[in-house]
Design a protein around this ligand. Sequence first.
Ligand code: PY5
Length: 297
Amino acid sequence: MDGKFVNWPEAKIHVLTHALHYGTGVFEGIRAYPSEGNLWVFRLQDHMARLFNSAKVYRLKCNFTADELCDATLELLRKNKIQATTYIRPIVYASHLDVRLDILKGSSSVAICAFPMEKLFEREGLNVCVSSWRRIDDSSTPPLAKACGNYINSILAKIEASSNGFDDAILLDRNGAVSEGSGENIFIVKSGELATPPLTCSILPGITRETVMTVAQDLGIRVEERAISRAELYTSDEVFFTGTAAEIEPILTIDGRTVSDSRAGPITRRLVDLYGRIVRGKEPKYVRWVTSVYGKT
Ligand code: PY5
C-alpha cells in the first residue's frame, strides 16, 4: 500500500475515502500461474499500461511508475512465497477524505493485493442470459477505462442473471448490439471463424481478448471485430467468454437456447488448451507474455 508492505489484517482504509463513496478508482486484474517450480505472471506490463490509461481518463495520479508497480507486484509474490494460481489486484484510487466531487486537488493512493484464486466460475460451461440492463458507454462512463464505478453496471446485470438462475449475463450496448459479459469479453464461432464486438460496442479492451485474437490468427483461424446481434448469439456454433479471472469459459446456453452441447465446441477447446499452456510459460512462441517470479526460466 503506497510503497509499503502491509500485513493482510492491517490493509485497511478510512470509511470516508472518496473512492468508497463515488467509485473513483481504477484497477486491474492479473493472474499468475505455477509451473515447473516457478510462478509466471501473465502480461504484467500490458495490465499496468492499461491501469495507467484508465487513470489518465479520470486524471487520477499514480505516485509510482508502471515499472515500479510491476516490480512491486513481483516482490509481493516473492515475499508471500506464492506457489499457487494467484489473482493480483492493483488499484489506484482517490484516497482523500472528502465528500466533494472534484478529485483534482485530492490525494490518490495505490495498493496491490494478491491472493490464491482458481476458477472464477463454479461450473465449466455456462448458462447465461442477455441482460435487460444496457452496457454503459463512452458518452457517460467510458468502458475502456477499468474504473471502479463502472462495475455497478456489471453488478446490476450479474445479480439479475443470478437471481434468475443463470451463471452470468451478456450486456447489449446502447444500440442493441452485443457488448460483453459482466466481467468478460465475448467471442462467437461461426463456420470455423471467430468474431468479437469492436471497441465501439462499449467493451473493455480485454487483454485476454487480444491474446485470443493473436493466438487464433497464428493458428490460421480468421478473426473479425464486428457488431454482433442478439439473435446471432443464439445461432452461433460456439460462444465463449474471455477474461483474466474467467480465462476462456465456454457458454453452453443463452436465454435457454443451446449453442453447444454439454461440452465446449472444438475451437473453444483448442483455445482453452493452448491458453492454459501459454499462461504457464510452456509455449516458446509466446514467452514474451509471461514474467518469471522466481528467476528461473
Ligand atoms: N470486460 C470487463 C467488463 C471486465 O471487467 C473484464 C475483466 C474483461 C472484459 C476482460 O478483460 P481482461 O481480459 O483484460 O481481463 N474483468 C476482471 C478480471 O480480472 C474482473 C472481473 C470481476 O477478469
